[in-house]
Write a protein that binds this ligand. Structure first.
Ligand code: PMV
Length: 327
């Protein structure tokens, strides 16, 4: 790592990512360190662009998302990223971050991942830091755990790691986007921000009587998902994806008090996929929100598209995406 020529400003673009084998639960809340490895893919059309400008130390860190200024008490996670850059750079400057999402934020479309990755890359570059992809991924993780997976391109694995300081907890590419060019449908069931954050949902899930069993099962899910992706084995891939998503939601629903992220139409789409997937190469997943993401082989894309269109819900048809980049 070395310092590059600095003009104190940079703009980065990153894609949201959707997990096949989920991250759910933190072994360290302060550093966003997960209990288990997770596997995800970047989503081509779900992008965030962020411009970072470092200014004099007398100013304040500022973050605006889609022209809305985030209040200081909700910036703590992003300030962790900026503090780490200040530490590495050895300067006291403040950062102004201006972010634009090309999709609704906080609605289960992983905007914290694309936003966290774009902010980390833009701010580190604007500060003149020349970090490796692994270092950038670990930096983005401080802002939002899942953001670690939006730094490398394509299909990614985020290692939970073992170090207390998180130095071995970062994401890497396991296969480029073109390795398995599945079709992705992001079905927008709701654009209302979720009322319980992922972090709160994760904490609450630990009160579920199934939590311990979940951790044992989930620790194998990443290996299974990675094998299925590397062998383009859709049947196993769909099995792991459904298992991982349903376990996450079973945990929230069995927590004390229970928490349900689904909306009625999430169930409608879920039931459609679970019916079809016996004969059609289609599968789906839901994160901590009501929206649902479908994946299918190219051979099934027009069939699936017709059926989703008939459900009369807005959707984005897209592909596996690249990693974060300076633009
Ligand atoms: O975006 P975060 O870091 O708060 O975590 C979200 C975790 C899930 O999206 C629900 C699952 C995952 O692995 O992405």
């Amino acid at each position: 790592m070395r310092n590059r020529m600095v003009d104190n400003r940079a703009t980065a673009r990153a894609h949201a990512n959707i997990a096949v084998a989920k991250y759910w639960g933190k072994r360290s809340e302060a550093l966003n360190l997960p209990f288990v490895d997770s596997i995800a893919f970047n989503v081509e059309k779900l992008t965030t662009e962020t411009t970072a400008v470092w200014v004099s130390q007398d100013e304040q860190d500022v973050l605006s998302i889609n022209n809305y200024q985030v209040p200081p008490h909700r910036m703590a996670r992003m300030v962790r990223v900026l503090d780490e850059i200040r530490r590495l750079r050895g300067w006291p400057k403040r950062c102004v971050l201006t972010s634009h999402n090309a999709f609704p934020h906080s609605a289960g479309l992983a905007s914290s991942a694309s936003g966290g990755a774009a902010c980390a890359l833009a701010a580190a570059t604007a500060a003149g830091l020349d970090l490796t992809q692994k270092q950038l991924s670990a930096l983005a993780r401080l802002g939002s755990g899942s953001a670690a997976r939006s730094i490398p391109p394509g299909w990614t694995r985020w290692y939970a790691g073992q170090a207390d300081d998180g130095s071995d907890s970062y994401a890497v590419t396991i296969a480029p986007p073109e390795h398995w060019p599945l079709h992705v449908f992001v079905v927008q069931v709701s654009n209302i921000p979720k009322s319980v954050s992922s972090s709160d949902g994760m904490r609450l899930s630990q009160s579920s009587p199934f939590w311990k069993t979940y951790l044992e099962t989930a620790s194998h899910a990443a290996d299974h998902a990675q094998n299925a992706i590397l062998h383009r084995d859709f049947r196993t891939f769909a099995e792991v994806m459904h298992e991982s998503a349903m376990q996450l939601h079973a945990l929230t629903m069995s927590a004390k008090p229970p928490l349900c992220y689904f909306a009625p139409q999430s169930i409608e789409v879920l039931q459609y996929v679970l019916r079809q997937c016996r004969t059609v190469p289609v599968c789906c997943t839901l994160d901590a929100g009501a929206n649902i993401v479908l994946l299918c082989e190219a051979s099934a894309a027009s069939f699936v598209k017709n059926d989703i269109t008939a459900m009369d819900l807005p959707f984005i048809q897209t592909r596996i995406g690249e990693g974060a980049m300076i633009i």
